[in-house]
Design a binder for this molecule. Structure first.
Ligand SMILES: Cc1cc2nc3c(=O)[nH]c(=O)nc-3n(C[C@H](O)[C@H](O)[C@H](O)COP(=O)(O)OP(=O)(O)OC[C@H]3O[C@@H](n4cnc5c(N)ncnc54)[C@H](O)[C@@H]3O)c2cc1C
Length: 212
């Protein structure tokens, strides 16, 4: 199915959101991801992107980071603007917000999109939310993270490497009903699962999405 871009907003350094009109029959949950595909210079490409909107009613959003080490597809998405169409499949993934009484999201880099979506879905569900977000140069999605703090969520933003394990230990209560979520590239996922274990949590029970 194709989805039409209805909005594009910068939300941080080299980071932007794309909002799409929700195609008929498409229903996704915070934490799930979609596959976008397109042809570039005669070659077919497909990449996965996590929903950064708390739901998919009328529209859904993704958050994309264009990194120095990145390849062709994030550049392609960077050039899209309202009115453009792209092939979308999904949603995919079992790692989504499922009504947990407390959601703790550990996010690295563009994983911040999943973090705001899951925390917003938890707040809308009158549940507790905590976010530990590790960024590279400057944080993204600061307006939505600030709004989450105003709504009662605990949000810790850290520059790369700063006190990450201590922040995870502070955020985790390891209580029943707490769901732990991890979203980011492989190096961050390794650091996050080690931090969960060091804090007495259960990394195998965490909902983990590894971006590759
Ligand atoms: C389940 C899943 C969900 C994902 N969700 C998101 C998302 O919400 N937002 C998002 O931006 N990306 C997400 N990704 C990654 C995305 O699919 C692409 O890999 C990314 O946009 C780069 O695409 P590319 O074609 O530009 O580079 P690629 O050819 O895919 O990447 C080239 C190399 O650069 C590395 N790389 C690319 N981008 C980054 C980065 N930002 N930080 C660190 N290393 C990087 C990759 O690991 C790879 O080794 C997700 C991946 C998976 C598997």
């Amino acid at each position: 199915m194709d989805a039409t871009v209805v909005d594009r907003e910068p939300v941080g350094p080299d980071t932007f959101t794309l909002t799409f009109e929700t195609p008929e029959g498409f229903e996704g949950l915070a934490g799930q991801f979609v596959r976008l595909s397109a042809e570039r210079s005669g070659e077919s490409y497909a990449r996965f992107y996590t929903l950064s909107s708390p739901d998919t009613e009328d529209t859904f959003e993704i958050t994309v980071e264009v990194a120095d080490e990145g390849g062709p597809f994030s550049d392609y998405l960077d050039d899209l603007s309202p009115g453009d169409e792209i092939a979308v499949a999904g949603p995919y993934g079992d790692e989504y917000y499922d009504g947990e009484a407390r959601a703790v999201v550990l996010a690295g880099g563009p994983g911040v999109g999943a973090a705001v979506a899951i925390a917003e879905a938890a707040v809308a569900n009158d549940a507790e939310a905590a976010v530990v977000y590790q960024y590279d140069d400057e944080p993204a999605h600061t307006a939505r993270l600030d709004a989450l703090v105003d709504a009662g969520a605990d949000v810790i933003t850290l520059a790369d490497g700063d006190e990450f394990d201590a922040a995870v230990a502070d955020a985790l209560t390891n209580s029943e009903g707490e769901g732990v979520f991890v979203y980011g590239f492989a190096e961050f996922v390794d650091a996050a699962t080690a931090a969960i274990e060091a804090a007495g949590g259960d990394p195998d029970g965490a909902k983990v999405e590894n971006f590759g």
